[in-house]
Design a protein around this ligand. Structure first.
Ligand code: ZN
Length: 244
């Protein structure tokens, strides 16, 4: 049996506070459902490429609870994502495809919060008013964990979520945290950078890099020979390169 990757413990199920019935007096179940071209597998496929691995299940669940059309967009300088719902058409969320997984996750939940507020209150609620803030906070809460976000980003997000802004970039501290994450990763050695057969360190242990399996690499710990699937974009510590 393979161990399911380092760092990838299954997400605790904390779904009870996420249900749509949180909106007082709004029985969303009675709304006429649109038929969606997207299905579970399709949305899971997209999300697993863009949000942190431990957040995929949660994000798919949000979609299942109240579906929408979901599209990736090229870099837009004006925005990172949006939610649109015109009368008679299907609600749609778009997100820029080049976002860092942590920012992608936050943007996804931001837009899902718009979708839920729209379903509950229609155009009566302000775009980033109290209803949206409360919904965004509720939906982000299960994600504010060290299984999803690394420090110091996690602490920055916790602070930000106490009073979320319309744009996370109007929070200079949070913006800086997202930026430094990109810088750090740009200078890091990733598992994909070293050849098969190399020995590398990760979390204080030594591993040997094996075969690539889709987006993960089969590696074994040198000492115990236990096998692990490690994401190919995982930043690693020291490496002794294999001579090929
Ligand atoms: Zn917004």
């Amino acid at each position: 049996m393979l161990k399911q990757t380092l760092l990838l413990k299954p997400l605790q199920k904390k779904r009870s506070n996420l249900l749509i019935r949180d909106f007082p007096g709004k029985a969303l179940g009675k709304l006429k459902p649109f038929s969606f071209s997207m299905d579970f597998k399709k949305i899971e496929g997209i999300l697993s490429q863009h949000v942190p691995a431990n957040a995929v299940l949660y994000c798919v669940t949000l979609w299942q609870e109240l579906p929408f059309d979901f599209k990736l967009r090229k870099t837009r300088l004006s925005k990172v994502g949006d939610f649109t719902c015109r009368t008679g058409s299907r609600p749609q969320i778009t997100i820029n495809r080049d976002l860092h997984p942590y920012l992608f996750l936050m943007t996804y939940v931001h837009e899902v919060a718009h979708h839920r507020v729209h379903q509950g209150y229609g155009f009566r609620a302000e775009a980033h008013g109290d209803e949206w803030k409360a919904t965004f906070q509720t939906l982000m809460n299960p994600m504010l964990s060290d299984e999803i976000f690394p420090e110091p980003l996690l602490s920055g997000l916790r602070k930000h979520m106490a009073s979320p802004k319309a744009s996370s970039f109007s929070d200079a501290e949070l913006t800086q945290l997202f930026r430094s994450l990109n810088d750090r990763e740009a200078s890091a050695i990733l598992l994909s950078h070293i050849p098969e057969g190399s020995i590398f360190s990760l979390h204080g242990k030594w591993f040997k890099k094996g075969k690539l399996r889709r987006t993960r690499v089969l590696c074994h710990e040198v000492k115990t020979r236990r096998q692990y699937l490690v994401p190919v974009d995982m930043p690693i510590g020291q490496a002794q390169l294999a001579l090929l």
